[in-house]
Design a protein around this ligand. Sequence first.
Ligand SMILES: Nc1ncnc2c1ncn2[C@@H]1O[C@H](COP(=O)(O)OP(=O)(O)OP(=O)(O)O)[C@@H](O)[C@H]1O
Length: 227
Amino acid sequence: MIGCRITAKDLCMRFGERLLFNAPALEFKQGDVIYLEGDNGTGKTTLMKLLAGLIAPTSGEVTAANRRRSFAQPNPLLGYALYLHQHPYLFDGDVSYNLKLAQRYSKLAKTEQMQRLEAAIELSQLGHLLQSGASTLSGGERQRLALARTWLLKPQLLMLDEPISNMDRVSQQLVFAMIGELKKQGTGLLLSSHQDSALFGLCQQRWLIESQQIRVSAITQPVAAGE
Ligand SMILES: Nc1ncnc2c1ncn2[C@@H]1O[C@H](COP(=O)(O)OP(=O)(O)OP(=O)(O)O)[C@@H](O)[C@H]1O
């Protein structure tokens, strides 16, 4: 049985006359941890939306392994990989409500759901804010809540758009730790950044958008002392 895998072939994305990027072949699968790098406006968010099935490429193909188009599933990419926007949408209501609502979409057994809920609150350090309205949270807390909600679902493929940009050091460390845990659990991760980021240290592959091309290369991480 093949795990979750998205492949893109001969991808070309244009907005009107403007060529955003070309990519002959991309593959994103469970177990991958990919650093998606490019300056502002090079197309990182657009690429994530393409892989999430939210928009269609100008030409080329994006396919999801083990999913076929059908009457019930006209777009097999939708819901296949989770995509978390840089400015996540939160529901009206408190933090607890936002977490419980996400839990409703979980396919995990009840015991595991409860364990993940506890872990999500602990890792995101939102325990003292459970009864606070989501709209009153700071930017960093909002992003921690959005990631905690995603964490509850134990996604197989997850794309995070600029997950630690514009955050203070504490929020950055918490989000970094959650991403590290998801990596250990085998979630395939695509992490975008327009600047140098500590996230690079978690990744095994780099997709660089530059000069309207997406270049794929391997990342060799230094071996830590004692390993
Ligand atoms: N629907 C659209 N119609 C026209 N142009 C668009 C559309 N969506 C995005 N663009 C343009 O495409 C370019 C790439 O946008 P995108 O958000 O993918 O870049 P990015 O690499 O994620 O940028 P940033 O690092 O600033 O978040 C931008 O110049 C943007 O204005």
